[in-house]
Design a protein around this ligand. Structure first.
Ligand code: C2E
Ligand code: MG
Ligand code: MG
Ligand code: MG
Length: 276
């Protein structure tokens, strides 16, 4: 069992189950129960500025399965999305993250969370976010919502309306995994976006591959010309960090700085921040 391998070990479901085609049905039933039983936890990955100073955290969900241990979101988010379970699960994330933000209020820390395609089509979303912020007494600017390009492009009119309402609440909006899907640059000027997060696919070889270097450098210039902040995802080595610093990238996230951690392990990160 995963428990024996340590508490941050991930498991995947057995290959038998995977290959039998039963996986989805079994997993869907388990996911349903898990939502009722609240078997989920959030881990938080630090984000730093160009000087290495901690500036924020990204909330990333994990399923703490009673038998299988921690299950990665890549394993269940797509199914949650397909079955519509992402709405109750996503609402749990919003409420849970706001609760955590409330506990961290004294540090004035900024936290981002991920929204899925279906959530971005849920007309209740702005109200859910507003209620969670109000209940916990969180200044809206401390909450950032991450949306992928493909989620926006799925239904441009609907997502535009919802993003406008979210923006009016005062939360920050960012484009996650920038560059890997549509890149219809058109939405960059039409949608009320504050930040783009460059996908780690472009960062991986940025220090060795001329083309990746040029692509990222161009994205950063474009973003700055449009008054957007830029965060680089998946920074794993110092050379990548230094290359990005020279490009004037605003924010950095990746294993080079820290893996996602459970909230109780973030004390050092939080105390390294200068209180405002
Ligand atoms: P994402 O939002 O792009 O999150 C970044 C992912 O990259 C995380 O994987 C993180 O652990 C991983 N990562 C961070 N730094 C590095 C690095 O230096 N190298 C490498 N190789 N990976 C790094 P994770 O936590 O497994 O999440 C995977 C995806 O699942 C997320 O991608 C996001 O799309 C989705 N997800 C996670 N939590 C939630 C959630 O609460 N709601 C929704 N709708 N989706 C979520
Ligand atoms: Mg994200
Ligand atoms: Mg991403
Ligand atoms: Mg992703």
């Amino acid at each position: 069992a995963a428990k024996e391998n340590g508490k941050h070990t991930y498991i995947v479901y057995s290959t038998d189950l995977e290959q039998s085609g039963m996986k989805k049905i079994v997993l869907e039933g388990e996911l349903r129960k898990a939502i009722e039983r609240e078997e989920f936890v959030m881990h938080y990955q630090p984000q730093v500025d160009a000087s290495g100073k901690p500036i924020g955290l990204e909330a990333l969900i994990r399923w703490n399965h009673p038998l299988h241990g921690f299950i990665s979101p890549a394993e269940f988010i797509p199914l949650a999305e397909e079955t519509g379970l992402i709405i109750p699960l996503g609402n749990w994330v919003i409420e849970h993250v706001c609760g955590q933000l409330q506990q961290w209020q004294p540090q004035n820390i900024h936290v981002s969370l991920n929204l899925s395609t279906k959530q971005l089509q849920d007309p209740e979303l702005p109200r859910t976010v507003q209620k969670a912020l109000q209940t916990c007494g969180i200044p809206p600017a401390l909450l950032e919502l991450e949306i992928t390009e493909s989620a926006i492009m799925r239904n441009v009119t609907e997502s535009m309306a919802i993003l406008e309402q979210l923006k009016q609440l005062g939360v920050q909006l960012s484009i996650d995994d920038f560059g890997v899907s549509y890149s219809s640059l058109n939405y960059l000027k039409q949608f009320p976006i504050d930040k783009i997060k460059i996908d780690r696919a472009f960062i991986r070889e940025i220090h060795t591959d001329r083309k990746d270097y040029e692509i990222v450098s161009t994205i950063i210039h474009l973003a700055h010309n449009l008054n957007l902040q830029v965060l680089a995802e998946g920074v794993e080595v110092q050379e990548q960090y230094h290359t990005l610093q020279r490009m004037d990238c605003n924010e950095y996230q990746g294993y080079y700085f820290s893996k996602p951690l459970p909230p109780e392990e973030l004390d050092a990160f939080l105390s390294a921040r200068t209180p405002i």
